[in-house]
Ligand binder design. Structure first.
Ligand code: ATP
Length: 138
């Protein structure tokens, strides 16, 4: 089995129980879970790879605008399977091309896209440690 880091972002927090049900019904185990309100500094650190991009300041403002839920999810092929389930980054694109995806259903716009999923094994390791510093990620 593999682990990935999932985030329920501020625009989707009111749907978190529904999302957690979907996660469990999709064969994931929720290994760790934490509700957290990131400071702008923490949000900048999490999204450091996007530093310097035009959308970076508003991404940081969005991600620190309210509480989020961080979860370490486990199942086989967790990283790619969770990203398939959430769908394309852009909510409008998700609605056009992947209407059953979670971002199509729960996303707000091109930035506020409800959910996050690690995009590789190395990001899953970094991101799980970011939210759960004492965890051992295999
Ligand atoms: P991936 O790039 O691997 O698809 P992702 O879906 O999380 O991962 P990123 O490109 O890493 O998307 O961007 C991180 C977050 O920044 C997005 O989830 C979205 O909230 C926001 N974002 C990305 N691109 C834009 C954009 N062009 N305009 C506004 N916000 C954006």
């Amino acid at each position: 089995v593999e682990q990935t880091l999932a985030l329920i972002k501020p625009d989707c927090i009111h749907n978190s129980e529904e999302i957690e049900d979907i996660i469990l019904r999709s064969g994931f185990a929720i290994i760790k879970k934490r509700r957290v309100h990131l400071t702008p500094e923490q949000a900048s650190d999490f999204y450091a790879e996007h530093y310097g991009k035009l959308f970076f300041p508003s991404l940081v403002a969005y991600m620190s605008s309210g509480p989020i839920i961080a979860m370490a999810l486990s199942r086989d092929r967790a990283i790619s399977y969770w990203r398939e389930l959430i769908g394309p980054t852009n909510t409008y694109k998700a609605r056009n091309t992947h209407p059953d995806s979670l971002r199509a259903i729960y996303g707000t716009d091109d930035q506020r896209n409800a959910l996050h999923g690690s995009d590789s094994f190395s990001s899953s390791q970094r991101e799980i440690r970011f939210f759960f510093p004492d965890s051992i990620v295999e």
